[in-house]
Design a protein around this ligand. Structure first.
Ligand SMILES: Cc1cc2nc3c(=O)[nH]c(=O)nc-3n(C[C@H](O)[C@H](O)[C@H](O)COP(=O)(O)OP(=O)(O)OC[C@H]3O[C@@H](n4cnc5c(N)ncnc54)[C@H](O)[C@@H]3O)c2cc1C
Length: 433
């Protein structure tokens, strides 16, 4: 087997396959190592409108359209606000981001992306688990083991870590840190016979706030509904039953979900994800780069994970191409790359960190008035741009988003007691083990 390449990519999820495909298109010799075999299960099924231009660039938009169900909006549901349900249609975003996204089975999406990079000439190997790397020399070394237990050694000029939540390089570099501002965890499963919305809304994601966090309902094309509860650590610690019973008891706290699930049948098993939000203090170094979840993961509430993974891979491909061709000063290019990836994540973080706060919850569900008032409508459009993945470099939403954030602060001051109690509660959750 050939063992030297221009670039080695660890991990064949959305991030790894995107950077591998784009670099192969630019004429570089790429090898991608994936420990699993596609199709393989992965959580993270709700995509954003801004994923579409990336699918188009990769030449897979038609294939994604064939496996996906169109998602025209994100729907928010509250047990506490006068308005119990509000639907944020992507068509109402500021600027021209696509008016829809897709809900997909990740086993299908990730296989499309993987086979696509093979078609583009990437040596993409499945069943090849990377054990460690050596980064000190200009020639990077990657050690892997195949399913027969045979050891392999690869070398390359550049190394990309796209190993997702396994965070291979961040573990090796000891640069992985828990996110100090966010700490929740998810329990999820797939169900048949869960009530869907009617007509064009059938593919929309439904999000429900409740006292222990929030819940997603993501409709998939084959009639399955992906359902997940994202909860605070203290609540998860109260579990004294099996995961399945705990999951159902949690969902039963939201009567509207119980209603939609009255005929539901579980497919497979309920699963849980720990070590939820983290970030690596290192995004790149001499001859290597961390992209997608291998660098950071915050929370799925705005369905941003796959988009951020593919977007950081797209930027990463431009960077690595320029570095391999030596067209510009390395430091400047790397700094631009790191700034743009960090800014893109940050645009979501403001909302994610505050999503469960009474102030943001109520502001997001205040759009009865928003539909009447043109200024409030502008603010809502700006928020929809964030939900579409179109926050970075969208100059038209800067002012409305600033105003929205100001309203948030005012709300916190007006409803001081409620918001202070939440801040105290959150502090406790962040502190606990
Ligand atoms: C509970 C939950 C719900 C989510 N919901 C959503 C959602 O609705 N929408 C959304 O956009 N995002 C969601 N996400 C986030 C999303 O799943 C990720 O952000 C996305 O998959 C990141 O893509 P990636 O390519 O960086 O990593 P991954 O998709 O995880 O791909 C990494 C790949 O690397 C491989 N790998 C790992 N280690 C090695 C190794 N040592 N050697 C070789 N290969 C290796 C893995 O097998 C995997 O195929 C969710 C996440 C969680 C935890």
């Amino acid at each position: 087997m050939k063992s030297h390449f221009d670039v080695l990519v660890i991990g064949g999820g959305p991030a790894g396959t995107t950077i591998a495909s784009l670099l192969a298109e630019k004429g570089h010799d790429i090898c991608l190592l994936e420990k699993a075999h596609h199709p393989r299960f992965h959580i993270g099924e709700s995509l954003l409108p801004m994923n579409l231009p990336i699918f188009e660039k990769l030449g897979v938009l038609d294939q994604v359209d064939a496996i996906g169900i169109k998602k025209y909006a994100a729907e928010f549901n509250s047990l506490e606000t006068p308005l119990a349900l509000d639907t944020f249609y992507f068509a109402k975003a500021t600027n021209n981001s696509p008016a829809f996204a897709y809900e997909v089975r990740r086993s299908e999406l990730d296989e499309i992306l993987f086979r696509n990079c093979q078609k583009k000439g990437v040596t993409a190997l499945e069943g090849m688990s990377v054990t460690h790397t050596e980064l000190n020399d200009s020639l990077k070394k990657v050690f892997a083991v195949d399913e027969q237990g045979q050891q392999h050694e690869f070398t390359s000029r550049y190394l990309v870590d796209a190993s997702g939540r396994d965070t291979l390089l961040a573990q090796q570099l000891n640069s992985k840190h828990k996110n100090p501002k966010h700490k929740m965890a998810a329990i999820f499963g797939h169900f048949k016979n869960v009530e869907r919305r009617a007509g064009k809304d059938a593919g929309n994601i439904s999000i429900y706030w409740f006292q222990h966090g929030w819940v997603w309902l993501i409709p998939l094309k084959d009639g399955t509904m992906s359902i997940g509860c994202v909860c605070w650590p203290d609540y998860l610690k109260t579990r004294d039953t099996d995961l399945n019973t705990f999951f159902h008891n949690t969902l039963n706290l939201i009567p509207k979900i119980s209603q939609r699930m009255k005929d539901a049948q579980l497919e497979g098993e309920i699963q849980a994800t720990g070590n939820y939000s983290y970030q690596s203090s290192i995004m790149s170094g001499d001859g290597f780069l961390l992209i997608g979840d291998a660098y950071a993961f915050v929370d799925p509430v705005f369905s941003s994970g796959v988009y951020l993974a593919m977007q950081s891979a797209t930027r990463g491909a431009e960077l690595v191409d320029q570095l391999l061709n030596n067209t510009s000063t390395d430091k400047q290019l790397i700094s631009q790359f790191e700034k743009s990836v960090a800014a893109e994540i940050k645009a979501f973080c403001w909302f994610i960190y505050r999503f469960n706060s009474p102030a943001l919850h109520k502001l997001l569900m205040a759009s009865d008035e928003a539909s009447q008032h043109p200024v409030k409508q502008k603010l809502k459009s700006a928020v929809i741009s964030v939900l579409s993945g179109d926050a970075y470099n969208n100059s038209q939403i800067k002012l409305p988003l600033f105003a929205f954030k100001l309203l948030y602060v005012i709300h916190k001051l007006v409803e001081f007691k409620e918001n202070r109690a939440f801040a105290k509660f959150k502090k406790q959750q962040l502190k606990g083990e």
